[in-house]
Ligand binder design. Structure first.
Ligand code: ZN
Length: 93
């Protein structure tokens, strides 16, 4: 191996936000690698649904679509009322 051209490949400890940690080898600078997800807690491996909420994005999405659903419901109610009125008018004739 030629000296001075290869990155430093050393042992690092990976610690996840879930508390799980393991050792691996890497050219990463430093001894500690902090991650937010690992194979111990990622939904793909656990099979459980989990929201990774960054700065209230899930909440914002739900708020946005709650308004849209409300508008749809109101439109449907108005349409039904108009239909009933037309039916009543037709029955009068
Ligand atoms: Zn984890």
């Amino acid at each position: 191996m030629k000296a001075g051209i290869h990155p430093d490949y050393h042992e690092v400890t990976v610690s996840c936000a879930c508390g799980h940690s393991f050792k691996t080898r890497s050219t990463f600078k430093g001894e500690q690698l902090r991650v937010e997800l690992c194979s111990n807690c990622h939904p793909y491996f656990t099979g459980k649904m989990k929201f990774i909420d960054t700065a209230g994005r899930v909440e914002r999405f739900q708020r946005k679509y709650a308004q849209a659903a409300e508008a749809t419901a109101q439109a449907a109610a108005a349409k039904a009322a108009a239909k009933a009125a037309a039916k009543a008018a037709a029955a009068k004739r």
